[in-house]
Structures are given as C-alpha cells and as structure tokens.
Ligand binder design. Structure first.
Ligand code: SAM
Length: 203
C-alpha cells in the first residue's frame, strides 16, 4: 500500500467523489472507506497489480475506485439501481472495474461473468453477512483471501456487537475459512469489524 507520511493514498485519476489529492495521488480516507480504516487499525491484505478482486456491495464505487487503482480487475456487484448509476460512471473512467447488477446472495446469477479471484471483499450490511460470504467463497482461488466488513447492527440490533462478531467468526471457521485477523474499525466506523480469512489450500 502507498502511504505519504501517515496518509493512505491510491495512484489513480482523481475526481471520483471529490477526494483530496496529495502528491499526485488520491487520498483514501479512513472515515470514508472501511477498507482504508482497516489499513489504519490493522494489517489487511496488501493489494498488488496482478490481483483479481470480487467486491460485494459496491455501492457508488468509492472504495471500488481505490482498489481499482492498485489491482488488475475489480468485479463489482451491487443490487440497488441508484448507487449502480454512480458505479457505472466509475466503470466508464476505469477500464478494470466490471460493474455487475445482481444480488450477492445469489452468486449463480453472476458466476458466468467472474473469473477465480485472489480477494473476495464484502461490505453488504445485511443480516446474513456470513452466509453471503460463504456462498461466494467458491470464487476464491486456492489460498485466496476474504475481507468481510461486518456491520454488527445489521445482523441483530438486539445482540451486543461483540457477540455478533464472535458468532460470525465461528460461522466462518465452521465453513472451513482460516481466520487471519479480526479487528474493530473504531474510531473510524462504530460497531463495524473487519474479518480477514483465507480459503484453505487444496479446498
Ligand atoms: N462498500 C461501499 C464503499 O465502501 O464505498 C459501501 C457499501 S454500503 C455499506 C452497502 C451496499 O451493499 C449498498 O449499496 C447496498 O445496496 C449493497 N447491498 C446490500 N445487500 C446486497 C446484496 N445482497 N447484493 C448486492 N448488493 C447489496
């Protein structure tokens, strides 16, 4: 990842969402993007030029655009029409963003369009976040990684966020995912956690 002092940046053309520029690069702010927050509070996964990424919950493409500055291709799944319009504009300006209008809980809808990926990134804020990640895990290459952004309040508002976090880790581990890192995204995103897993080699 590229840091200028303690500022995370990505090396692409600016003007996607009024982001600041620094030294000719795009500032990737931790309050705007959970992935940036992860790089500030934890380790995450290093994004590299040859990487293929499947992104679930692309929204208007803010985080997608930063990832696309670092990797080969970002398959970007979003099901809501309004953010999809903005995502299409991002895709028009970045040739390595592939927008897919589909429901991430039904991967069979887009399976023919997506190659095996090195990184599965999920930020869907739904009750069944773990189940959606597990359903999409077959897209991962052997040894590929999952980054799940967990919005605990979307899973169950009556449960303590820590309990939801713990339960989600157990569900992912039971599916065969090897957990590498799990961190809260405070102070940047309240009641959100990041879970980094690896698909076991040979599965
Ligand atoms: N990841 C975005 C970013 O950092 O710029 C923000 C994502 S926002 C928290 C969640 C997005 O996931 C919304 O745009 C929502 O429409 C989308 N979403 C929720 N459930 C989905 C599903 N089952 N399939 C596809 N998109 C979904």
């Amino acid at each position: 990842m590229i840091w200028i002092g303690d500022v995370l940046v990505s090396p692409g053309e600016g003007g996607v969402y009024n982001e600041r520029m620094l030294g000719g690069s795009r500032v990737w702010a931790p309050y705007r993007s959970k992935l940036s927050a992860l790089y500030h509070v934890g380790t995450g996964i290093e994004l590299t030029p040859g990487m293929r990424v499947l992104y679930l919950g692309a929204a208007n493409g803010t985080t997608v655009s930063h990832i696309a500055d670092y990797v080969e291709v970002v398959y970007s799944v979003e099901f809501a029409p309004r953010p999809m319009q903005d995502l299409l504009e991002v895709a028009r300006r970045r040739k390595n963003v592939m927008p897919i209008m589909a429901d991430a809980s039904r991967p069979e809808q887009y399976a023919p369009l997506v190659e095996p990926v090195d990184l599965l990134y999920q930020d869907v804020a739904q009750p069944d976040q773990a189940a959606i990640a597990i359903r999409n895990a077959p897209f991962l290459k052997n040894g590929g990684s999952l980054i799940l952004m967990l919005k605990t309040r979307s899973v169950d508002v009556r449960k303590e966020p820590a309990e939801v976090f713990h339960d989600t880790l157990e569900i992912l581990e039971a599916s065969g995912m090897v957990i590498r890192e799990s961190v809260w995204l405070a102070p940047y995103h309240r009641d959100h956690a990041a879970i980094i897993g690896k698909r076991a080699e040979g599965e």
